[in-house]
Ligand binder design. Structure first.
Ligand code: AMP
Length: 416
């Protein structure tokens, strides 16, 4: 009987999952994937087998009342019905924040779960969902190793200069740091680029993860040395509904002069800004591209200008670039955004002809042949990274948990 790994990626209103079988050769093969959308408002479960066969595409019973735990139970029941021989070697969870304490993927024990609970104030919109998912699968499969993979972990190790804000040093010690996010996506892209273009991957690479959430990362030799997101997933590029970088003076002004409180500010910065706020139409790039409204084109132009500006900053961190990679829903699918970005980056040595784009949709080079620096489209696969880490950790035993738990005891937790 072959063993399986299932991965969960719990967002505020959705849970994505992927099921992998572990072959006799020890390699992971995707067996099924899907998601529950619309949690709290008509939850809908979609799942497909790896061969494209639809396993489920319908609203769950009592859809309005389905929470994260119920959605996980529905996914697990469907997988058990479709794959009767199912036996889990591990269950992997994407966890948005590990802070400085949890700086590598880890097997989840009670101490790790307790550490995660203390980190909720750092990511109040996302971490509670991750924790609910972990608790639910621990209850359902008490004997199976649960592994947490952190979006922040890939960026750790840069040290004080890359992680500190210019606040008094005690704030850094208390955890007010630039953490960076989308690390699982960057890790996947770094590995995939090493297969496609080993020379470039060993050098200086900028990756633009452009989806509903968006950030960019500078990689040297496949390791993150700089990224546009910081303490929270708000910084850097404007996103679907998030504002991106903003002068903190604006926030003080809204608090002091316009009577905003933290909840109103949080709604503004996380839910009402970005492409949605700029366009007044939608957070969704497809809708903006289809719109004739000048505010839609202006929002797209603003987004692309920010990407070009951040590319310049990251190129300065790297001392030039050998390759730039687009990934995420927008990066992988929007030829318009890619053309607008690359049209302004020829000074970085990327020769690009928007009218001579290669056919096809797979991972591909999109710069001109002979371009000094190359440009790529690579479809990200965060689930594959989670499954890989889960397999690696269960094969290695539970040492991963011990390392992370020890690190957890060495970070001061209170502000000065
Ligand atoms: P993600 O969060 O990575 O799933 O990306 C979601 C974003 O990708 C949304 O803004 C979508 O509109 C955008 N997107 C997906 N497909 C396309 C497409 N064919 N053209 C333009 N944008 C797309």
């Amino acid at each position: 009987m072959s063993e399986h790994i299932i991965t969960f990626n719990a967002g505020s209103s959705s849970i994505k999952f992927a099921l992998f079988s572990i072959g006799a050769d020890g390699l992971l093969r995707r067996a099924a994937a899907g998601q529950v959308d619309g949690l709290g408002a008509g939850a809908h479960l979609k799942a497909k087998a790896a061969d494209g066969r639809v396993l489920h595409d319908a609203e769950l019973p009592e859809g309005d009342r389905v929470g994260h735990g119920d959605a996980l139970a529905a996914i697990l029941a469907l997988m058990q019905a479709e794959f009767p021989q199912l036996r889990f070697a591990a269950i992997g969870h994407r966890v948005v924040h590990g802070a400085a304490r949890l700086s590598a993927s880890t097997v989840i024990d009670d101490a790790v779960l307790a550490s995660l609970r203390t980190l909720v104030p750092l990511a109040p919109l996302h971490l509670p969902n991750n924790i609910v998912g972990i608790e639910a699968t621990r209850r359902a499969f008490p004997g199976v190793a649960q592994v947490a993979c952190f979006d922040t972990a890939f960026h750790r190790g840069g040290g004080f200069l890359s992680e500190a804000y210019a606040l008094p040093r005690d704030y850094f010690e208390a955890g007010i740091r630039r953490y960076g996010f989308h690390g699982l996506s960057y890790e996947y892209v770094a590995g995939r680029l090493a297969e496609l273009a080993p020379r470039e991957a060993a050098g200086r690479v900028i990756v633009a993860h452009l989806g509903n959430g968006a950030s960019m990362c500078a990689l040297r030799g496949g390791r993150s040395i700089d990224t546009t997101m910081g303490f929270s997933a708000l910084d850097g590029l404007p996103m679907g509904t998030r504002c991106g970088a903003i002068d903190p003076g604006v926030l003080l002004h809204l608090l002091e002069t316009h009577g905003y409180d933290a909840a109103r500010l949080s709604d503004l910065l996380y839910k009402e800004s970005g492409l949605k706020g700029l366009s007044g139409i939608s957070h969704d790039m497809r809708e903006l591209e289809a719109s004739q409204d000048p505010h839609a084109s202006e929002a797209i132009a603003y987004f692309c200008a920010c990407i070009r500006r951040e590319a310049g900053a990251l190129a300065a961190s790297l001392g030039g670039i050998d390759a730039l990679v687009f990934t995420g829903g927008i990066g992988e699918n929007s030829a318009r955004v890619r053309a607008a970005v690359l049209g302004g980056l020829d000074w970085l040595g990327i020769e690009f002809d928007p009218d001579a784009q290669p056919e096809g949709r797979g991972d591909r080079v999109i710069s001109a042949p002979g371009s000094p620096a190359s440009a790529w489209v690579i479809a990200t696969d965060e689930e594959a990274v989670i499954a890989h880490h889960a397999l690696r950790l269960v094969r290695a035993g539970v040492q991963g948990a011990t390392t992370a738990s020890i690190a957890a005891r060495h970070t001061k937790a209170s502000l000065p």
